[in-house]
Design a protein around this ligand. Structure first.
Ligand code: SAH
Length: 375
């Protein structure tokens, strides 16, 4: 090491890192806060642990029941058949968590002639911990990893694509704007005089006001409106990939069909809501997905499908019939678990109506637009 060069000490916790970062560079917006809290290479929530399941912090649909992945597998096989059974065809999952959904998709489609020979499994995952779990669950020789959507867009082999994203968009950072009599203010994270993380506001800068230009009238004074340049950027890249190669994307997430005001940023630890600024890096952070914002930039209405509720989507795909079959070959205890899982996935007061499903397609196959199942 050259004399006089002192290495920056490694922070011991995310809180320590954030406090130093804010002291050195000033307050950060909510999007930067989410990005650091989830993705800091050493202390970021997703970067250091497996957060899923009963012993983790939260549970997602594929972790609740194999039936979810089986329905998505049937959806993917159907769209691949509509596409004329292309070989090769990229099957990309964005944010695959523990790899459970992809493993269930592959298991559910193993008897679809030529499907497994044709699809190339690609995973978009930023977390090294989760990447190694995914490799174990799906098979290291079967998967090709990307750390960013840019890397998918730049992938040199061109082929049609089927893209699945379950609870991926909600993890992408949002920024929060508050409408006031004096104009838009942006919510930020700063420090108290005693150097504790603290919420604050500053006048919103021009680059972010652009995103709310059209909706000022819809937002009452003092209400928060969330915008996500990062989500829109990822969505745009996905649309570009679709228009270059043809194919379909399926987005499943919790959120609202129409843009609306509201602070939906939430922290969850141990299956309970907790304060966003306490215990940073140890709680999952998400915000609801604004489906209208994802759709308005899509030009061809014929190639937008949904959003519909998760309940309607899964029922149209036949989840009740599948549950009935599984129950018929199950023990009493298993049958009761199947019932519970079905209710959890589809009941309106559980995941059935808060979760929405949206698909975009692109291209004509055998002279026809794609008609994804479930809508
Ligand atoms: N789809 C899974 C997991 C959802 S949790 C399931 O339903 O169980 C969010 C997933 O997205 C995790 O795998 C997380 O590591 C990944 N992720 C979050 N932000 C990301 C980003 N910016 N780039 C790549 N992966 C990301």
């Amino acid at each position: 090491m050259p004399l006089g060069h002192l290495e920056e000490p490694m922070p011991n916790s995310l809180e320590e890192y954030l406090i130093k970062h804010i002291k050195d560079h000033g307050p950060i917006d909510v999007g930067q806060f989410m990005e650091i809290a989830l993705g800091h290479p050493q202390h970021g929530y997703y970067m250091k642990q497996d957060p899923f399941g009963a012993n983790g912090d939260f549970t997602t649909a594929p972790e609740i029941s194999q039936m979810f992945g089986e329905m998505i597998g049937a959806w993917a096989a159907d769209i691949w058949i509509q596409m004329g059974k292309p070989k090769p065809c990229m099957l990309l999952e964005c944010g695959p968590g523990r790899g459970t959904l992809m493993a269930d998709i592959l298991r559910a489609t193993k008897n679809v002639t030529d499907f497994h020979d044709s699809v190339r499994v690609h995973l978009l995952e930023m977390s090294p911990v989760l990447r190694s779990i995914q490799m174990e669950v799906i098979g290291a020789n079967k998967v090709h990893f990307h750390e960013s959507i840019h890397s998918v867009a730049e992938y040199d082999e061109s082929m049609p694509v089927i893209i699945i994203a379950n609870e991926f968009f909600d993890a992408l950072p949002v920024r929060q704007l508050q409408r006031t009599e004096a104009g838009w203010q942006e919510k930020i994270v700063g420090l108290t005089p005693k150097n504790k993380l603290n919420w604050a506001y500053r006048p919103a800068k021009k680059d972010i006001i652009e995103y709310v230009d059209n909706c000022s009238d819809l937002i009452d004074i003092n209400n928060i409106f969330e915008v996500s340049p990062i989500r829109l950027g990822v969505k745009k890249q996905i649309s570009n990939i679709l228009s270059d190669s043809g194919g379909a994307v399926l987005i499943v997430d919790y959120g609202h069909v129409e843009s609306a005001s509201g602070d939906t940023l939430q922290a969850v630890r141990n299956h309970k809501f907790c304060d966003v600024l306490s215990d940073v890096g140890n709680a999952d952070l998400t915000a609801h997905v604004d489906f209208e914002a994802l759709i308005v930039t899509q030009c061809d209405p014929e190639q937008i499908h949904g959003p519909v509720t998760q309940s309607a989507f899964l029922k149209t795909l036949g989840i009740e019939k599948r549950a009935e079959y599984l129950r018929s070959v199950a023990t009493e205890k298993q049958a009761s678990d199947i019932d519970k899982a079905l209710k959890r996935l589809t009941d309106a007061d559980q995941m059935g109506s808060l979760f929405k499903v949206l698909s975009f397609t692109h291209g004509q196959f055998n002279g026809k637009h794609l008609k994804p199942a479930g809508f």
